[in-house]
Design a protein. Sequence first.
Length: 193
Amino acid sequence: MSTRFNRSARGFTTLELTVAVCIAAIIAAFATPKIINAMREYRTSLAVRQLSDMIQRAKVQAISENHTVALRVDTENRKAGLVVYDTNNNEVRVDYVTLPQGVNFVLPAGVTEPVTGAPTDRSVSFGLKAGSTTIYEQNFTSRGFPAVAAGAINAIYVGSNNQSYRALTLNSVGGMRTWKWESSQWVDTRHTS
């Protein structure tokens, strides 16, 4: 009885395996930077969506409960949250959400205003919470409006690895706009009210 081997049943040669590994490495080398940039963009976009959603919840909660609700931003610990009050307006707790990994409250270098009147001197333009240098707070009235002077614009800026930046602006009647930093200028990405 003779044993015969079929060429296709023997497997791959060392040369064939080496070529396949080299091709996979070349594809990975080209794809990795694009994947990293896409993840960075996704995370900064997600951070702005989280902040926008939180502001919407603050407005709705202020109206539905008929009392002041506050949005609190802790820049040092990279988180933002809604302040929960009891019926006597005493602070009970803050329900925080942490920014996505690698995203911080930060301004891009050479920043300009995304919209006329938007502050660019710090990453969060809300007023500081009493006794703090890194915690900012914005109150919303029982009508769902930010407690600010008429015509005022507030801004929150976030960024990832000094390469991807987003901004959220909030006007005195509660209208929000989001922005993306592209080619040293802000591009409007969404209008909400």
